[in-house]
Design a protein around this ligand. Structure first.
Ligand code: HEC
Length: 164
């Protein structure tokens, strides 16, 4: 009975803090998996500088597109994969963004939700990316701008090496 009261109080507190956090066990609170917020954070936190979604973003690391074959996923698997890649990722973040990306639990939950939400991924566009992050995208020379014509290699004036 006492436990029940404590849990109920925790749920009420979590709801007041924001979102739909739920109690997952004694002393454990699951944050709200807000994919729409995740769409914003994926861009503003800078994940998009190295990872793409919907064809938008860098190619330094694997695309984080929703995989329809993948089925539902334990969000902690996503975090575990980040942890596995942490050394390289943090090194690159310091190099490209100037610092390690900091995330709270609810922010990470939102980004994970976005990585598994087909609808929110389909909505992802350049408009979601703040100016300062966009500049980094262009700075890291992997974003090909379609308005930029390919250097044309039709005429090669240097083909006169056959004189002997
Ligand atoms: C500066 C580049 C960079 C940024 C920014 C970055 N990552 Fe990464 N990320 C990487 C690299 C590189 C790897 C692969 C590391 C390895 O394999 O050793 C990686 C790996 C991952 C993986 C594991 C992929 C897998 O299948 O194993 C996940 C998940 C991930 N990143 C999520 C994120 C999220 C979420 C953000 C934003 C909060 C982020 N990354 C920001 C470069 C980056």
């Amino acid at each position: 009975m006492k436990k029940y009261v404590i849990r109920t109080a925790a749920v009420i507190a979590a709801t007041l803090i924001g979102g739909q956090a739920v109690v997952a066990g004694p002393g454990l609170l699951m944050p709200d998996f807000n994919a729409e917020l995740g769409r914003t954070l994926f861009a503003s936190k800078g994940c998009v500088v190295c990872h793409s979604v919907n064809g938008i973003g860098g190619i330094d690391a694997a695309a984080l597109d929703y995989d329809p074959e993948g089925g539902p996923m334990d969000p902690f698997d996503f975090a575990a994969k980040m942890w596995r890649g942490a050394e390289t990722m943090i090194y690159m973040q310091q190099d490209e963004l100037g610092d390690q990306i900091q995330l709270t639990g609810p922010e990470l939950a939102a980004i994970i939700a976005f990585a598994h939400d087909e609808e929110q991924q389909a909505l992802f566009s350049m408009d979601d990316i703040p100016e300062n992050i966009r500049e980094m995208l262009h700075g890291s020379d992997e974003e090909h701008d379609e308005s930029e014509p390919d250097a044309d290699h039709d005429e090669k004036p240097d083909s006169d090496e056959d004189h002997d």
